[in-house]
Ligand binder design. Structure first.
Ligand code: SIN
Ligand code: FE2
Length: 215
């Protein structure tokens, strides 16, 4: 007898993207509201801002950070900075619920003892996007990036190790977590322009947390 819960009528909870990369569907759903509360508190101390990249272009995604260092960009380049350049103060600490989730997701993806020291927080509204890029400002070339999607859905672009490689389009929903490290650490990835919408958790926005091991 077929039922709503036939395995072929639901996407699998755990989808391998390639060696070293996995999509954990709904992994963060039960913590999502707490994560958003954490983001709200962090943004009260370190406001979301649109960074300028070295070429002079202003990013459509608004960013802030928590953790020992935060990722920032200006006309002179990208860097991890222990201080928020907007306030001159250290970034807010990483809430335990953030860290606990990141460590569990990394372990589930095969990366034991994950110890991230930075969490970049991205806020997308309709039209905001992130062009295809590699995350390569971190010292550890093996430790994974753990990326948590909250609020409005997005189309995640998953390419290859060369910019010109074919790109897959993956729909990410609130609570989905993508982990990539080891042999997949330098895969090109990005986010297609966000579509309009309303989400009970975030209103008209998508929030993404990306944990990194920088040092
Ligand atoms: C990132 O690549 O840093 C963020 C990815 C995302 O927003 O899903
Ligand atoms: Fe990235």
């Amino acid at each position: 007898m077929s039922s709503l819960f036939d395995s072929d009528s639901f996407p699998p909870a755990r989808e391998s993207l390639e060696d070293g990369a996995v999509l954990l569907r709904a992994f963060a759903t039960s913590e999502a509201a707490q994560l958003i509360e954490g983001v709200t508190r962090i943004a009260q101390q370190a406001a979301f801002r649109h960074l300028v990249v070295p070429g002079g272009h202003t990013m459509s995604v608004a960013m802030t950070n928590c953790g020992r260092v935060g990722w920032v960009s200006d006309r002179t380049g990208y860097r991890y900075d222990p201080l928020d350049p907007d306030t001159g103060k250290p970034w807010p600490g990483t809430p335990p619920v953030f860290l606990d989730l990141a460590v569990r997701a990394a372990a589930d993806a095969g990366f034991a003892d994950y110890d991230p020291d930075a969490c970049l927080i991205n806020r997308y509204v309709a039209g905001a996007k992130l062009s295809l890029h590699q995350d390569r400002d971190e010292k550890d070339p093996w430790a994974p990036i753990v990326s948590v999607s909250l609020g409005l859905p997005a189309t995640f672009l998953w390419g290859g190790k060369r910019r010109a490689d074919p790109v897959r389009r993956l729909r990410l929903e609130s609570g989905d977590v993508v982990v990539w490290g080891g042999p997949a650490r330098f895969v090109y990835h990005g986010v297609a322009p966000l579509k309009n919408g309303e989400h009970p958790l975030t209103g008209s926005a998508r929030i993404n947390l990306t944990f990194r091991k920088v040092f």
